[in-house]
Design a protein around this ligand. Structure first.
Ligand SMILES: C[S@@+](CC[C@H](N)C(=O)[O-])C[C@H]1O[C@@H](n2cnc3c(N)ncnc32)[C@H](O)[C@@H]1O
Length: 416
């Protein structure tokens, strides 16, 4: 299990900094365990490490990611010797981030199938019944129950193995849009798996993850704090953060709760019945009650709202206007919080992607720069990268409207 070489950027690569690397996560990103559970719209670990490693910040610096996802920032910050704080409202993301930061510190402990006791589990209302027969759900639920009682430092690996097993059994419910997962329309479509087969799949998945883990006593073992919380209410003290590296959800109608609906079901969340989590996630396609209330916003975002509202297509002045307003409300509330928690002279790297609403360009990079400037940040740099395959290109309706290549931008700012 312990191997001498760590899959990280060399110091030379690090000094070459961001010009040598792209923030876009390569499809086969093995560094930092990114491929063990590919998380949608994650950025590249080597790039994040190179960027943090090239910063002029003290060894005791605190690095924050308020939209931490699978924890690329928290892992890169840990490996660069900083203290890291990662916040994400999706509990699935935090489990993956926990596995990635704990994987280097201790030899992983596998959970043996013999320790999973048969339990009296009521399966009639179980959210996993959307894909599995009730007989199959009992064993899956017994595993999930067992893992829920393990300390977080030990549960990351078996949980991610469980997520991988559930995914591999339900690939038939995935469509061309990687973030939209179907549910069984009739009992004929439900997946059936015996307890014995499920146990051996779980053991195989745990062994696969273990084979990918590199433990090293030389890796910095700095504290990483991960929390399931909202970016609009960060559980972080005022002025305590030295650097922020993050990528918020984009205005591309990605519903993170739907994308992880099967993993959320493993954790006991039924997003079809309880809409709280889905509605709380930025970019959600659900509209909250306050969506249309007054929003104080800069000129660029204001123009976007006007262009969407006056678009001739159906629902533009109704549903889509509210969705854009709601997105901008969440984005700016997150920026307010980043501003509150960052020290003066602190740095902020933000990766965002421009997109289109029909034929209306969504200049998210310009919007973020303007909103940050209004909150007391100075722009240091903006670095655009062309994105070849975006969600716009998998959505045929949007593709008809697409006018030119969209780009991802790394925005770097310093707090006044
Ligand atoms: C683009 S992803 C971040 C990916 C991350 N950079 C990585 O490498 O994995 C955006 C994340 O924001 C999270 N998110 C969405 N709405 C949120 C909210 N209101 N508060 C906190 N996190 C939220 C999503 O769950 C998702 O994990």
């Amino acid at each position: 299990m312990t191997q001498p070489e760590l899959p990280v950027a060399s110091p030379l690569d690090r000094r070459r900094g961001r010009s040598a690397l792209s923030p876009k996560r390569p499809s086969e990103d093995k560094a930092g365990l990114a491929d063990v559970f590919p998380y949608y719209a994650g950025f590249a670990y080597d790039w994040a490490r190179a960027l943090l490693g090239s910063q002029d910040i003290s060894d005791t610096a605190v690095v924050l990611d308020p939209w931490n996802g699978s924890g690329t920032t928290t892992l890169a910050a840990q490996h660069e010797g900083f203290r890291a704080v990662g916040i994400d409202r999706n509990p699935v993301a935090n489990i993956v981030a926990r596995l990635r930061v704990s994987a280097y510190q201790t030899d992983p402990e596998l959970v043996d199938a013999s320790s999973i006791r048969p339990a009296e589990v009521a399966t009639s209302d179980d959210p996993l019944c959307a894909w599995f027969t009730r007989g199959s759900v009992s064993r899956i639920r017994e595993w999930a129950e067992h893992l829920s009682h393990l300390p977080p430092s030990q549960s990351g690996l078996p949980y991610v193995a469980l997520f991988r097993a559930i995914r591999s059994l339900t690939t038939s419910f995935e469509g061309s849009n990687p973030t939209w997962v179907k549910r069984a329309k009739s009992s004929d479509e439900l997946v059936s798996v015996s307890a014995k087969d499920f146990d051996s799949l779980l053991m195989q998945e745990q062994e696969f993850i273990t084979s990918r883990i590199v433990t090293s006593s030389e890796m910095p073992n700095n504290p990483v704090q991960l929390a399931t919380a909202l970016s609009s209410a960060l559980p972080v003290p005022n002025g305590s953060v030295d650097a922020v590296l993050t990528s918020p959800p984009y205005l591309t109608r990605i519903d993170y709760a739907v994308a992880y609906t099967r993993e959320l079901a493993v954790l006991g969340h039924d997003i079809a019945k309880d809409r709280t989590l889905r509605a709380a996630l930025m970019g959600t396609t659900l509209i909250r009650k306050d969506a249309d209330s007054h929003l104080q916003i800069g000129k660029t975002a204001g123009t976007l709202i006007q262009d969407v509202t006056s678009h001739s297509s159906k629902a533009s002045s109704g549903y889509y206007r509210k969705q854009v307003l709601q997105y901008l409300r969440d984005l700016t509330a997150g920026l307010d919080e980043v501003t509150r928690v960052t020290k003066s002279e602190g740095i902020f790297h933000l990766v965002v992607q421009d997109s289109y609403y029909k034929d209306v360009p969504v200049r998210l990079a310009d919007i973020c720069i303007e909103e940050c400037t209004l909150r007391g940040w100075n722009l240091i740099d903006r670095d655009p990268y062309v994105v070849k395959r975006t969600l716009t290109s998998v959505n045929t309706a949007a593709r008809n409207y697409k006018k030119s290549e969209v780009s991802e931008t790394v925005i770097s700012l310093r707090k006044k």
